[in-house]
Design a protein around this ligand. Structure first.
Ligand code: 5GP
Length: 177
């Protein structure tokens, strides 16, 4: 498939402003309360890097990453998940925010949420930069959502196509040509 970068959907400035707001919200919600950010690799690393710097120093923040691949499955609604890289820390008894780049089917989030719940996280919330409409298997609202976007394939700000375009500073639609 031949592809080309399409129009800018969300500008660098819009992203910066929104992340600053999310950081303020998290700082208020976790004032003087330690919080653990769990980034889902690889797409979330750019969002997480900006988000963590938007959180006040009054909030002690711990960070770790995990990588999972989830597969849809015709016979079950939830599919299966494979942990490719696990956390190095324990989340037992901790207040955790899962940090995801984009929620599409919601399968990845559904699985990670349940894994961390099973490991005894005291509370679990979700921060996602982007959400596509409708078909999410993760049927709770996203606690800290950057932007709702239309159902198009997007790249930039950490999101890739075949490992490219993660270094774009804005979010763009990828067009087939
Ligand atoms: P879900 O499990 O919610 O269907 O998918 C989540 C993962 O699929 C994201 O973390 C991301 O890696 C990938 N993904 C879903 N939609 C897009 C998209 O529009 N662009 C890119 N680059 N990745 C996407």
């Amino acid at each position: 498939m031949k592809t080309a970068l399409g129009t800018i959907l969300i500008t660098e400035q819009e992203i910066r402003r929104r992340i600053a707001e999310l950081g303020r919200q998290i700082s208020n919600d976790y004032l003087k309360t330690p919080v653990t950010l769990v980034g889902i690799l690889r797409g979330s690393f750019v969002f997480l890097a900006d988000l963590i710097r938007a959180i006040s120093l009054e909030t002690p923040v711990e960070v770790d990453f995990m990588s999972v691949s989830s597969y849809g499955d015709a016979t079950t609604t939830s599919g299966t998940v494979h942990i490719e890289k696990d956390l190095g820390i324990s989340v037992g008894g901790k207040d955790v925010i899962i940090v995801e780049d984009i929620v599409d089917t919601g399968l990845t989030l559904f699985h990670v949420y349940n894994i961390l719940l099973g490991r005894g996280a005291r509370s679990l919330r979700v921060a996602a930069l982007l959400e596509k409409p409708g078909k999410s298997k993760y049927n709770r609202p996203i606690d800290y959502l950057g932007f709702k976007i239309p159902n198009k394939f997007v790249v930039g700000f950490g999101l890739d196509y075949a490992q490219r375009y993660r270094n774009l500073p804005d979010i763009r639609v990828l067009d087939e040509i």
